[in-house]
Design a protein around this ligand. Structure first.
Ligand code: GDP
Ligand code: IMO
Ligand code: MG
Length: 423
């Protein structure tokens, strides 16, 4: 059976968590393949909102096996906190959760370094979530990281001490102290907890499940425009957020991949620094922020808001081989008279391009817009696709024509039930 992959097409927070939850009943496995506690995936059902950071979004379905893959960077303290919250809410997760022994461990010193390195960037701050993501992936690539499996080794403590000594040297270069003593007890007690979980070689587990004809949904975090290679570098995260990351982050060969779900908002947001050509600095942007409650799920920071950007979306679709788009938060635009779409960019020399340029050029492009009428209808009440207002149908049609990929889901509210499946 195939693996389907779900990825964000913008700068994250597209609504991936909601769609994983919606699609989960048709899968046997949900597997996270990259990122870590920088992610905040929101699910909403039965009147309750849940925000997951590292736990895969299939956890609420008792029949689903949830896997934290080797491509993930795992903060044991945050992880324990999340699982505790699930326990408090009566969710049984014990038998259905597997963690790769090859996932990297985020140490308190990684978090401290994230803060120190971000401060050192001065005006060029990335706007990191400060969860230790960059420094942990740095150690992974530098082949000095600690992995989840290491917690089972008798000399784990020594390995930890050695890593912290290295991190302290780096901090000293910036004339800073790690100042992590207050967090270490909590860290080691979370490590004790981690030892009680199902730590395993998840690449074997997943490939065995594929052999048994089980259906796997790979859950991406962040979005293509934050990808370490193809995103708006250096204002990106430190992992492969595109579909290719699912192969390396889970140990699944490419030929197993079938559908690629590309998740996009009906507009666009970004949190943190970096170029965002269609950003609105006016009251329209503020209206989107308020209507869409665009404040970060992980950090609470206000998200920057703007219109859909076709060159950026086409780029993400190309990189991911998206087979269907799920358009989220259409209801947020209910009150707008006009919906705008960036069709291409004007360059400083007067030429135009419909490709997504590199950072230097991207900072100086002027988006060129196509305008469509808004629908001025409350979408949340609508339960049948046929009942969608004509201006929204026209918007969907316009996007499909320009992106050359079908839109199969339109989301009209945060709740799992506010989801329309199109043919
Ligand atoms: P993720 O990181 O991609 O999973 O997205 P987040 O959970 O960070 O952000 C999406 C936010 O939009 C969450 O607060 C969701 O509850 C909310 N949301 C998802 N889909 C819809 C929708 O169709 N309409 C509205 N109004 N909110 C939505
Ligand atoms: P989900 O999975 C939105 C952004 C940060 C920052 C940059 C680098 O919820 O879509 P990092 O902490 O990774 O070093 O931050 O990436 N960022 C996200 N933005 N949604 C996310 O995850 C994000 N994860 C990281 O704001 O600009
Ligand atoms: Mg999010």
């Amino acid at each position: 059976m195939p693996v389907d992959v779900l990825v964000g097409l913008q700068w994250g927070d597209e609504g991936k968590g909601k769609i994983v939850d919606v699609l989960a009943p048709t899968y046997d496995v949900v597997a996270r393949f990259q990122g870590g506690p920088n992610a905040g995936h929101t699910l909403f059902f039965d009147g309750v909102k849940h925000v997951l950071h590292q736990v895969p979004s299939g956890i609420f379905h008792p029949h689903i096996i949830n896997v934290v893959g080797n491509g993930v960077v795992l903060d044991p303290v945050v992880f324990r906190g999340e699982l505790q919250k699930l326990t408090d809410r009566g969710i049984q997760w014990g038998d259905n959760l597997f963690i790769s022994q090859k996932a990297q461990l985020i140490l308190p010193s990684h978090r401290a370094l994230d803060r120190i390195l971000e401060e050192a960037r001065g005006g060029g701050k990335i706007g990191s979530t400060l969860k230790g993501i960059g420094p942990t992936y740095q150690d992974k690539v530098g082949r000095t990281g600690l992995r989840v499996g290491d917690v089972l080794l008798p000399d784990f403590k020594e390995r930890y001490t050695e890593a912290v000594a290295r991190h302290a040297q780096l901090a000293a270069f910036y004339k800073q102290d790690l100042a992590i003593e207050a967090y270490e007890d909590e860290f080691f007690s979370a490590i004790e907890f981690l030892r009680t979980l199902q730590l395993t070689n998840t690449e074997y587990l997943l490939n065995d499940l594929l052999q048994q004809q089980k259906r796997i949904l790979a859950e991406g975090a962040q979005g293509a425009m934050l990808d370490i290679d193809f995103g708006t570098y250096p204002f990106v995260t430190s992992s492969s957020t595109i579909v290719a990351g699912a192969c390396t982050g889970l140990g699944i060969a490419p030929h197993h991949i079938d559908k690629v779900y590309g998740i996009s908002k009906a507009y666009c947001t970004r949190v943190g620094s970096g170029p965002f050509p269609t950003e609105l600095h006016d009251e329209v942007g503020e209206q989107i922020r308020q209507a869409g409650h665009e404040f970060g799920s992980t950090t609470g920071r206000p998200r920057r808001c703007g219109w859909v950007d076709l060159p950026a979306l086409r780029y993400s679709i190309m990189l991911n081989g998206v087979t269907e788009i799920h358009l989220m938060k259409a209801d947020v635009l209910d009150e707008f008279d006009e919906i705008r779409v960036c069709t291409h960019y004007q360059l400083p020399n007067g030429e135009t391009t419909d490709q997504f340029p590199d950072y230097g050029t991207l900072q100086n492009v002027t988006p060129v817009y196509h305008s469509l009428p808004g629908w001025r209808t409350t979408l949340q009440e609508i339960t049948e696709p046929e009942a969608l207002p004509q201006p929204l149908k026209d918007y969907l049609h316009y996007l499909e024509e320009n992106l050359l990929v079908p839109i199969r889901i339109v989301s009209v509210g945060p709740d799992r039930v506010s989801t329309l499946h199109l043919n």
